[in-house]
Write a protein that binds this ligand. Structure first.
Ligand SMILES: NC(=O)c1ccc[n+]([C@@H]2O[C@H](COP(=O)([O-])OP(=O)(O)OC[C@H]3O[C@@H](n4cnc5c(N)ncnc54)[C@H](O)[C@@H]3O)[C@@H](O)[C@H]2O)c1
Length: 289
């Protein structure tokens, strides 16, 4: 990716409203994390516009997008958008600017390969259209699926990929085949001219450098949540051990004070261990060395 000037470096300051998509002098070289957050800002901005808002504060937009406001201001500054003190960001031009950066000011044609359980659900999802995408072609290798209509679109055989990709101007494909078929399908797509792949198959694809692949794996997301669950329970356990340790110390203290009358808990534990091991216990209640 080439190094680009940001709007700030290019002298674009002040209200977002002063910056139109055509005013972006060069294509900004955005951090990947910023790119990943832009769709969230866009979703939140669309919602704000639909509910009658013209402007939004950075705090309001950050909260609607689920990020912190310092991060949001930094992200938008990469686009040359700084908002206006006391006013915030003008929503309409900011929407235009983010859509321009994300390349959504044209509706992109997308191909979907592998129209099984997952593929059917994706092909039938109405939300892609409102987010800037048109499912332009469905492909499968199974002849019994070819010709099936999903949302008015007929499933084509994978042999038609080169022709359809060309005629429909498709550059993005969604891959929903079994893992074993995914690499060969990716090769077919790339040979046909596809340059971006959203891969649902649990396999790492080898593609040429100019091809972008994003992998979606819900099992990985669940595994990450599992880690958080594990960590929460480990911390809770540590907390309980902590209070247990404090309680233990209190009890030890009490037992030490009562030591003359009876045996300490440490002594009792030692005795049990000794009984299990068949070893002797020292007179003071300690395990014999
Ligand atoms: N990423 C995730 O979160 C997630 C979730 C569910 C499933 N998956 C993955 O998605 C893929 C599809 O899952 P599914 O449950 O829909 O499977 P499925 O078996 O129902 O569907 C797979 C489809 O791919 C077709 N196919 C097989 N080989 C092909 C080829 N060479 N070219 C074109 N089409 C071909 C089959 O005919 C079938 O229609 C699997 O790899 C699965 O592991 C991923």
């Amino acid at each position: 990716m080439s190094q680009q000037r940001t709007g700030h470096e290019a002298g674009i300051t002040g209200r977002v409203g002063a910056v139109t998509p055509s005013a972006v002098p060069d294509f900004p070289d955005l951090p990947e994390a910023t790119v990943a957050r832009l769709p969230e800002y866009l979703r939140a901005l669309h919602h704000l516009a639909e509910t009658g808002h013209d402007t939004v504060s950075s705090e309001g937009l950050a909260s609607a997008a689920g990020v912190n406001s310092a991060k949001l201001r930094k992200d938008l500054s990469h686009l040359g958008s700084y908002g206006t003190r006391g006013v915030g960001y003008d929503i309409e031009p900011l929407v235009g600017q983010i859509e321009y950066i994300l390349g959504l000011n044209m509706r992109r044609a997308v191909a979907l390969v592998g129209v099984g359980n997952l593929g059917h659900a994706l092909a039938g999802y109405a939300g892609f259209a409102s987010r800037g995408f048109r499912i332009a072609a469905l492909f499968d290798a199974d002849l019994s699926r070819v010709g099936e209509l999903i949302n008015g679109l007929a499933v084509r055989h994978v042999a038609d990929i080169p022709e359809v990709v060309k005629t429909e101007g498709i550059s993005i494909a969604v891959l929903a085949t079994p893992a074993g078929a995914a690499q060969a399908v990716a090769d077919q797509l790339v040979a046909a001219g596809v340059t971006s792949i959203l891969n649902f198959a649990p396999v790492v694809l080898n593609v040429p450098e100019q091809v972008d692949v994003r992998k979606v794996d819900l099992a990985v997301e669940l595994q990450i949540l599992s880690f958080h669950e594990h960590r929460k329970s480990a911390r809770n356990g540590a907390d309980q051990n902590g209070s247990g340790a404090r309680n233990g110390a209190d009890q030890n203290g009490a037992e030490a004070r009562n030591g003359a009358k009876g045996t300490t808990s440490r002594g009792r534990v030692a005795r049990v261990i000794a009984e299990v091991n068949g070893t002797a216990v020292a007179a003071r209640g300690e395990v014999a060395a």
